[in-house]
Design a protein around this ligand. Structure first.
Ligand code: PMP
Ligand code: GLU
Length: 399
């Protein structure tokens, strides 16, 4: 008989984005020509000067031992300088913890701040792992859901109404995965005004798509008056520098929270990979040109995909202002059938599109909004054109 697993893992949802990516790989291994629009992963290579940063670090022979648990001092200093100069966040190198991706930054943080039963308000639709990581730490997710009409951004009033005496934290991403929405300075100010009335509630601002922001105006919640001691800013190198596989993320937090995250990391993973940290130092201290070029290319694709998606009957689209996702409402197809398969949910539709059009997407259920699907446009123009044409043909069969 198999050993019984822990409740915490049996009750945990698998990462839907990674699961769909695995399914797409499985199809490809069977010889099926799948176009993958499921995983939020840049299709660019890590810029050459960053690769060289890693090579130089290896050749120097200086970086083969355990790094400090919270990250190399020069990297934390560079991150603190970036946050101070570019984001207007008052922080210090001691308040920075470098981790194995922003995902681990978030995992450490929830472990550090949550006791069983503590509530975390999650701006919905949300990135898949927020819910799972909150639950893994014993917390209770509470959802505030934005409407398509307001680019899926929940209002400050919704936030105020959701806060209880059990609320420990609030989390959102801007630019947002999965909607591509960006909170304006006015919206963040309204959010801050609510939060300042509840100084025991910690705001978690996930800014990992900072460099892919088409509004030209990234505002950090922690930069707003009175918010720095109440905000944890999470960021990383995966998206803006096309470094998903290098696994470097970080957070900047009030000192006692940063120390708690570091303590947890010391027991879990010891530190982030030494060479990856040296590459990250190159990324953050040198030329941002390649990152800007990538962002310009994502913007061109955003425009193309919006035009193509608008041609799909029944798709209700917002215009993303950042990141590289569309999150159309597809509920028009619920109840329709091609004679074999009836579509009742967005999971049904995502599976139908995979089987019938050989395009992988992710069902909205995973992001807390079951009326949508997510399409990543981190793919080439020809793939995007082909994928949406295939989806169009498949959808036309649903009556
Ligand atoms: N936050 C958001 C909003 C994301 O989309 C992702 C996905 N990469 C992460 C955090 C985690 O990033 P990382 O790859 O650095 O762990
Ligand atoms: N964040 C990306 C996504 O949403 C990568 C996958 C993941 O980390 O879950 O697709």
């Amino acid at each position: 008989m198999a050993i019984k697993l822990a409740d915490r893992v049996t009750s945990m949802a698998e990462s839907a984005t990674l699961a769909m990516a695995a399914k797409a790989r499985e199809f490809k291994a069977r010889g099926i020509d799948v176009i993958s629009l499921s995983l939020g992963e840049p299709d660019f290579k890590t810029p050459k000067h960053i690769q060289d940063g890693a090579k130089t670090a290896i050749d120097s022979g200086k970086y083969f031992g355990y790094p400090p648990v919270n990250g190399y001092a020069d990297l934390r200093e560079a991150i603190a300088n970036k946050l101070k100069n570019e984001n207007r966040i008052e922080t210090t190198p001691e308040q920075i913890v470098v981790s194995n991706g922003a995902k681990q930054s978030l995992a450490n943080l929830f472990q550090a701040i949550l006791n069983p039963g503590d509530e975390v308000i999650i701006y919905t639709p949300y990135w898949v792992s927020y819910e799972a990581l909150v639950k893994l730490a014993g917390g209770e997710p509470v959802y505030i859901t934005g409407e398509l009409e307001n680019e899926y951004k929940a209002s400050a009033k919704q936030l105020a109404d959701a806060i209880t005496d059990k609320t420990k934290a609030v989390i959102f991403s801007s630019p947002c995965n999965p909607t591509g929405s960006v909170f304006t300075k006015e919206e963040l100010t309204e959010m801050a005004d609510v939060l300042k009335k509840h100084p025991d509630v910690i705001a978690i601002a996930d800014e990992i798509y900072e460099l892919i922001n088409y509004t030209g105006n990234h505002v950090s919640l922690a930069s707003l008056p009175g918010m720095v001691d109440q905000t944890v800013t999470v960021n990383g190198f995966a998206k803006g520098f096309a470094m998903t596989g290098w696994r470097v993320g970080y957070l900047s937090a009030p000192l006692h929270i940063a120390k708690a995250c570091s303590k947890i990391q010391g027991q879990l993973t010891s530190a982030n990979c030494s060479i990856a940290q040296r590459a990250a130092l190159t990324a953050i201290t040198e030329d941002l040109g390649p990152s800007k070029e990538m962002a310009n290319e994502y913007l061109r694709r955003r425009d193309l995909v919006l035009e193509l998606l608008n041609e799909l009957p029944g798709f209700k689209n917002n215009t993303p202002k950042g990141a590289f996702y569309f999150f159309p409402d597809v509920s028009y197809y619920f109840g329709k059938s091609d004679g074999n398969t009836t579509i009742n949910t967005s999971s049904d539709l995502a599976m139908y599109i995979l089987e019938e059009a050989n395009v992988s997407t992710v069902a909205g259920e995973a992001f807390g909004l079951p009326t949508s699907i997510r399409l990543s446009y981190a793919a080439s123009e020809s793939e995007l054109r082909e994928a949406i044409e295939r989806i169009k043909v498949a959808l036309a069969k649903l009556k």
